[in-house]
Ligand binder design. Sequence first.
Ligand SMILES: Nc1ccn([C@@H]2O[C@H](COP(=O)(O)OP(=O)(O)OP(=O)(O)O)[C@@H](O)[C@H]2O)c(=O)n1
Ligand SMILES: C[C@](O)(CO)[C@H](O)COP(=O)(O)O
Length: 237
Amino acid sequence: MNEAGARVAVVVPAAGRGERLGGGVPKALRPLGGRPMLVHAVQALSAAELVSQIVVAAPPTLVEVVSRLLGPDVRVLPGGAERVDSVRGALRALDDDIRVVLVHDAARPLTPPSLVDAVARAVLGGHPAVIPVLPLADTVKEVDADGRVLRTPPRGGLRAVQTPQGFRREVLEAAYASQDGDQPAVTDDAGLVERLGVPVATIPGADEAFKVTRPADLMFAEALLARRPLAESGRSS
Ligand SMILES: Nc1ccn([C@@H]2O[C@H](COP(=O)(O)OP(=O)(O)OP(=O)(O)O)[C@@H](O)[C@H]2O)c(=O)n1
Ligand SMILES: C[C@](O)(CO)[C@H](O)COP(=O)(O)O
């Protein structure tokens, strides 16, 4: 039980194919420092002080493999066709007494445990929904279907959004229950919560919580991992 007395779970969508990364292996199982990316992500979640349950949505044909990899303390279920389907399925496997749910991409393997706790703490402290964000380093343009620039939104009010994203359980469940296939697809869980009119708070994200999306991201992750002290990296001496 954590300090605020409410149990916190993390749902880990890990069922993506990783088409932008390539390599012919589902992204969550791509090796990073000799171990699958998902193992790094789950290790960081397990190291967080406030996390009491972890549920992973795995590629459907690899549920047993992933389950053996992660051990008996992690519940592993088949994921769905889209990220939202994977998260929705995993939400059904939460223990009854879970009050706070974080959703965290397996594709962010180097996320510091301190960020996981910071998000959980912000929800436990009273925010219904909390996301970690970083200011943008690049200018952003809105373009039309032909790639012609329509406008340049002022960058000061824009943020890049990371995971874990944290929610009071009833808020996230209501957001998923009200999801309507006719509405434009959202790309993160907070996007569904925003549609309910629930305020979403932000906290500072972490550079190491970047998402491994393309081959250069994996090279960067390998370089960062190699510079971590052995005890933190999960490598044996
Ligand atoms: N059907 C899906 C699709 C994605 N994810 C997960 O959602 C996270 C973020 O998705 P993304 O980085 O886009 O992963 P992929 O969908 O694997 O990447 P791509 O779009 O390049 O195929 C990843 O941990 C991924 O495994 C999932 O659980 N189920
Ligand atoms: C949830 C997310 O990681 C927040 O930045 C992101 O939206 C996932 O996008 P993807 O295209 O499914 O990787």
